[in-house]
Write a protein that binds this ligand. Structure first.
Ligand code: AMP
Ligand code: ZN
Length: 496
């Protein structure tokens, strides 16, 4: 079954066919590293992760390049405010972004590149644009001459025919009302970082960065270009103008834009101040996997309204998913197998695959798996689930999770790895709640291993008839946010 995507450039849903058989070349605009990324940004990054995981699932080899914008108006302004050299200032947020990606199970792109490492390449492209009559100099800055690129507006579908020729805009981010000749290169200003180049001292504009880095690693024409819908204009429109004016070839063939994460009807954004970072939500004890689940649950072309109620529901859905997976692994079933259940499992697989092929309809892909879980649970409750049904159900869940990546409950190990939770050793084998040293996270977080050790100790106490000790351990775990449930197949636990 073909994969189909809505392509912003054509305005239509189209069958996806990469230029090279079996290989997809994709560029995604990464964060501007002047602060922590917020979960609105991660809505787009999670969508792009699902996209690349689905393409890999379908057998494509990926060459995915993501940039980080580490030189633009915002990074320069905030580095100055922090009193740090630009590179040192942005490096700390690049590292924070790497940690956040790890927490959210975002696969690393094949290449993550920094704009400031590519200034020489940008200068060359700007020189080509000057030679071809698409760029001009004014007071040491260089601008793209929009009127010489008649296709300007083809991505955003905005009619610029009435635009005043020769008027200029210097800001990196602007709206369509201030559409003008835009800056490719900005003349050095006192106190701002500058590069000495054949164009004179200065620094690149934001848009040229992505044009140059994408073409350098992916070729003049590549398969997919993606970002949030706020990038359609001016950023991607300008990228198309710069690249296509320089090469005479189409830049990217499929343009995929994610709709925004919104809060109370408005786009989540740093400038509006209505944002949460991943760290803010972790400090409120939400698991990164629940955040990933929530962000992945709405198809990318629909806005996603962020609420804590929604996040809470995402946690509950994850619990259902993981409980079923646990049952599947641990419960004893009668021998044999059932052809009806095998058919049911394969149908669910076809459904979730078809949903993802259909412009990445993640909501339907989730529904397919939850329907399977419902039927699986019913069969188990009624004694109709057999040992021989286990591998097929496991296989379907594992396949689904190659794309959604939320099944494994390893948030706490990852938080520990990220340095969010300090290692601690308690005197008793039952760990005691300790402050985490960050002052923000829930103090009583125990690792999975610590919980399991405590549960074993409780079981030994119970077998030895020491019920007081067993109850004490249960109580201590409860205070640490761990709920125990004694079942036929042993003690299960979950975090509150
Ligand atoms: P920036 O750091 O502003 O360059 O943005 C990084 C990525 O996040 C871009 O693809 C943006 O389009 C995207 N983005 C920014 N705000 C939101 C939002 N509220 N919802 C979804 N994506 C967003
Ligand atoms: Zn970009």
């Amino acid at each position: 079954m073909p994969i189909r995507f809505f392509n912003t450039l054509s305005g239509k849903v189209e069958e996806f066919r990469p230029l090279d058989e079996g290989r997809v070349r994709m560029y995604t605009c990464g964060p501007t590293v002047y602060d922590y990324a917020h979960i609105g940004n991660f809505r787009t990054f999670v969508f792009q992760d699902i996209l690349r995981r689905h393409l890999k699932y379908r057998g494509y080899q990926m060459l995915h390049v993501m940039n980080v914008t580490d030189v633009d108006d915002n990074t320069i302004r905030n580095a100055q405010a922090a009193g740090l050299p630009l590179r040192d200032f942005t490096s700390q947020y690049i590292e924070a972004f790497r940690v956040d990606r790890m927490l959210l199970n975002l696969e690393d792109p094949e290449l993550v590149v920094r704009a400031s490492d590519h200034v020489d390449d940008m200068v060359k492209v700007i020189q080509t644009l000057v030679e071809r009559g698409f760029a001009y100099e004014s007071d040491g800055s260089y601008y793209f001459r929009v009127k010489n690129f008649p296709e300007y507006g083809k991505l955003s579908k905005i009619d610029f025919s009435g635009m005043r020729a020769g008027a200029r805009v210097d800001a990196d981010k602007y709206d369509k009302d201030s559409a003008r000749d835009f800056a490719l290169w900005k003349a050095a200003k006192p106190g701002e970082p500058a590069w000495n180049t054949p164009l004179g001292p200065g620094r690149p504009g934001w848009h040229i960065e992505c044009s140059v880095m994408s073409m350098k690693y992916l070729g003049e024409t590549f398969d997919i270009h993606s970002g949030g819908s706020d990038l359609i204009f001016p950023h991607h429109e300008n990228e198309i103008a710069q690249s296509e004016a320089a090469t005479g070839k189409p830049l990217a063939r499929y343009w995929l834009h994610a709709e925004h994460l919104i809060v109370n009807g408005e786009k989540m954004s740093k400038s509006l101040g209505n944002f949460y970072t991943l760290r803010d939500l972790i400090a409120k004890s939400y698991k990164p996997s629940a955040i990933r689940y929530l962000l992945a649950s709405v198809p990318f072309r629909k806005p996603l309204n962020f609420t804590f109620e929604g996040l809470h529901q995402a946690e509950q859905s994850l619990d259902r998913l993981r409980n079923f997976n646990y049952r599947l692994k641990m419960e004893k079933f009668p021998p044999g197998e059932s052809s009806a259940l095998a058919e049911r499992a394969r149908a669910a697989q076809s459904e979730f695959e078809a949903a993802l092929n259909d412009n990445l309809n993640t909501a339907e892909a989730l529904a397919a798996i939850f329907n399977l879980i419902r039927d699986g649970n019913t069969a188990m409750d009624q004694g109709e689930f057999h040992q021989g049904d286990r591998p097929l159900f496991s296989d379907v869940l594992t396949r689904w999770d190659r794309i959604f990546a939320v099944l494994e409950d390893n948030d706490y190990d990852k938080l520990r790895k990220a340095g969010f939770i300090q290692e601690h050793r308690a005197e008793s084998s039952v760990p005691q709640p300790v402050p985490d040293g960050q002052g923000t996270l829930r103090a009583e977080i125990l690792s999975d291993q610590e919980v399991e050790t405590a549960i074993r100790e409780r079981e030994q106490a119970r077998h030895g008839g020491d019920y007081a000790r067993a109850d004490q351990i249960r109580q201590q775990l409860l205070e640490a946010g761990i709920v125990l449930e004694d079942t036929k197949v042993g003690t299960r636990w979950k975090r509150k």
